[in-house]
Design a protein around this ligand. Sequence first.
Ligand SMILES: [Zn+2]
Length: 148
Amino acid sequence: MVTKHLTDEEVQQYVVDKQHCEMKIVEHMHLCGECKSKAEIYESLITGIKQQPQRTFNFDLSKLVVQQLPSPKEKASERLLFRLLLFIGVAVIGTGVYFFEGSFIYLFKGVGAILIYLIIITALTVCIGLFIDMYKKYNNEMKLLDSY
Ligand SMILES: [Zn+2]
């Protein structure tokens, strides 16, 4: 004779996963009408939740995101800057190879030559950094002007 009803958690466990339920829960379900009706309510609740349509936005999200993205025109100018920097880098290395072509051994032996070359590289790096900074400032100001 069953004296105690199942708890809500036990009924839910039975509804969700009958196979891995404890034997005493399954036995109680077969004997007790009250708990069985509880289980049926939970079952209809769960199927109701599963059948609900997925929430969707009432606006086109992807379109909004695309609008927020920077325009390809800006990317083109950035690409140009990158190419310019790449060209400068290649030019610096190229001139280095050209000037020290026959004297690579001396280049690595003579500290003076390396020192001069390092100074040139440092100066160029600073110039490039300043140029990038200026370019960014210019871009930001142009954007500010465009927004008015
Ligand atoms: Zn019961």
